[in-house]
Write a protein that binds this ligand. Structure first.
Ligand code: MN
Length: 230
């Protein structure tokens, strides 16, 4: 049956050095996955279990586009994150299942309306409007897992106008990528097209119009984005 309002196709992310791309179905995000970041926002460190929120695939912004500063915030923060792209179905996954289940990795920015998030946290309300808005999931090219030697030992670096603003190590995650896949696949049937943003290290800060952000993770393609002047 024809749709009265046909929607554009699911968004695509470039795959570095390939002539195909990765189509995005869902975006899951892990909260408070680095000790120093949890502490800098005044949150308790919870080691027992990860927790999640989501972003719409239509909140994706390609790395080579400008990011429009969103309305309804005066405190928009960058959060550099390792993004994991899933390659095969995972449901109630075991350690054997997750072997070879990752298609690739990318640098991502979980853009956050921190002022709205702080209000939501205080009032025990959902985070959606602080996390899921137009362009809020900025994700660079995906590098295929087979091209990345040891992402677990990579460093993440976020430069704000050439100043090193965030730095961390993937190995400092409270919940590792494997643990996240094991846990999240108990709640939902993961599969190709699903991305997981795995949390941010310390150093988050506000951006303003005209700023340039560069996100780097060893072994992956850099992500550069400009906050639009207008
Ligand atoms: Mn985040």
């Amino acid at each position: 049956m024809k749709s009265v309002f046909p929607i554009s196709e699911l968004p695509l992310i470039k795959v570095t050095g390939r002539d195909y791309s990765y189509q995005v179905r869902r975006i899951f995000c892990v909260g408070r996955n680095y000790v120093e970041h949890a502490l800098e926002l005044g949150n308790a460190v919870e080691r027992k279990q990860p927790f999640y929120f989501t972003k719409s695939p239509f909140s994706l912004l390609d790395a080579d586009k400008e990011f429009n500063y969103p309305p309804m915030t005066k405190d928009l923060h960058h959060e550099i994150e390792l993004v994991v792209a899933i390659a095969k179905p995972l449901q109630k996954a075991t350690r054997e299942d997750i072997e070879g289940s990752i298609f690739g990795y990318a640098c991502g920015l979980d853009m956050t309306r921190r002022d709205l998030q702080n209000v939501a946290k205080k009032q025990g309300k959902p985070w959606d409007v602080s996390k899921d808005f137009d362009g809020s999931a900025i994700i660079g090219e995906i590098t295929e897992a087979k091209e990345v030697s040891n992402v677990k030992n990579s460093k993440l670096k976020l430069f704000l106008n050439d100043r090193l603003q965030q730095m961390g190590k993937i190995s400092d995650m409270i919940h590792s990528v494997d643990e996240i896949l094991l846990d999240l696949s108990r709640y939902t049937h993961l599969g190709p097209g699903d991305l997981i943003m795995t949390g941010t290290p310390a150093g988050v800060s506000a951006v303003k119009k005209g700023d340039i952000l560069i996100a780097q993770i060893d072994g992956l393609t850099d992500l550069k984005v400009k906050i639009s002047e207008s």
